[in-house]
Design a protein around this ligand. Structure first.
Ligand SMILES: *Cc1c(COP(=O)(O)O)cnc(C)c1O
Length: 371
């Protein structure tokens, strides 16, 4: 599978063998309990939906093939990351995580993990990385959300392993078509499938992927006992959406390239960030490490008011959080507690036609400038 093109892999990954009379893509299987073998659950068939779901397994085989490991799907990205943290970390352990990474993971570390006696060391994604002696788990996020800094995973992972730490990478912004953390030396790839993987802004989901049988067993046990699963219908929707991931990402990246030019040319806009831009601080490592650059752009307007005006004047840029969907959307991150300037916007480029987006954003920016 790995030698095939991205769209071929997205359509065919984890697909069951063709059976005459059966659909090309199986529909969702709705079940809480399944019929048990009269001998009981030992017979190996599916038994109860919290542990077993044929629809979830189909999605897991597909994402697992794309990530290059075994995959477990959870009810949200947050549930997937917490499964990793709660499986690996014990009282007295130290977690190293990005200071500029996903905000609710940082809150979980500062509250629940701290209360459990787990110490957190925060490091900016771009580094410098301090000594990892005594660290149990290094969680990286690249590109980081929302700042879009990147880290050289092939450099940090060996240093972490030498210190006896495990390495996990939040692959949400990159997607497995953008980079495969397990190939770059990470023990776990973890992501929110709410974003580009499912990409239609209609479900919340997350996953982990790993090549370690011990970590897989630990996180499977955690999922069964903590109960943070996704529904068969959402798993089916996500598998359906995954088939077009390559097409969607291509359109989003092309739109980002076009909109970055508009933003750079506008006198109101500062701090344009996009790892695909040659002048961007992330460009060099991203070009080496990533197979494609996501359609997520950062920029700053003078104030929160300017962002409001920009959104009011725009026809196609929706005010919405999250990213990686079909619709172009903009999120003023400071309102959620990210330590970004009040006018900082994370722009998620959708799959609309570039010419329409360029005209719309130009128009909205000049109306904002006019006040
Ligand atoms: C959205 C996001 C998460 C959390 O995922 P949910 O599906 O919202 O629970 C984790 N990490 C990153 C980088 C994200 O963008």
């Amino acid at each position: 599978m790995d030698d095939l093109g991205d769209s071929t892999r997205c359509v065919h990954a984890g697909q069951p063998a063709a059976v005459p009379g059966q659909p090309l893509a199986p529909g969702p299987v709705f079940a809480a309990p399944f019929h048990l073998h009269p001998k009981g659950v030992e017979s190996g068939a599916d038994g109860y939906g919290r542990m077993d779901s044929p629809s979830r397994r189909l999605l897991e085989s597909a994402i697992g093939e794309l990530e290059g490991g075994d995959c477990l799907v959870f009810g949200s990205g947050q549930a997937a990351i917490n499964a990793l943290l709660m499986t690996v970390l014990r009282p007295g352990d130290t977690l190293m995580m990005p200071s500029d990474g996903y905000y609710s993971v940082r809150i979980f570390a500062a509250t629940t993990l701290a209360e459990l006696g787990i110490t957190t060391v925060e490091v900016p994604t771009a580094g410098p990385y301090p000594s990892m002696d005594g660290v149990r788990l290094v969680l990286l996020e690249s590109p980081a959300n929302p700042g879009l800094d990147v880290v050289d995973i092939t450099r940090v992972a060996p240093a972490a392993h030498a210190a006896g730490a495990l390495v996990a990478v939040d692959n949400t912004a990159a997607t497995p078509l953008g980079q495969r953390p397990l190939d770059l030396g990470a023990d776990v790839s973890v992501a929110s499938a709410t974003k580009a993987i499912s990409g239609h802004s209609d479900l919340i989901m997350g996953y982990v992927a790993t090549r370690s049988p011990e970590l897989l067993a630990g996180m499977t046990k955690w999922r069964t006992l903590a109960g943070g699963i996704s529904s068969p219908f959402d798993a089916w929707l996500a598998r359906r959406s995954l088939s077009t991931l390559d097409l969607r990402l291509r359109a989003q990246t092309a739109n980002a390239a076009a909109l970055v030019e508009v933003l750079l040319a506008d006198p109101l806009v500062t701090g344009v960030r996009w790892p695909g831009l040659p002048s961007d601080p992330s460009f060099e490592i991203a070009s080496r490490q990533m197979r494609r650059i996501p359609g997520i752009v950062g920029f700053t307007l003078p104030s929160a008011d300017h962002v409001e005006q920009f959104l009011r004047h725009s026809r196609f840029v929706a005010a919405a959080t999250s990213f990686g969907g079909l619709h172009t959307s903009a999120d003023r991150r400071e309102q959620w507690g990210d330590s970004t300037p009040p006018g900082f916007v994370r722009l998620s480029c959708g799959i609309e036609d570039a010419a329409d987006l360029v005209a719309d954003v130009q128009r909205a920016l000049s109306a904002t400038r006019a006040g």
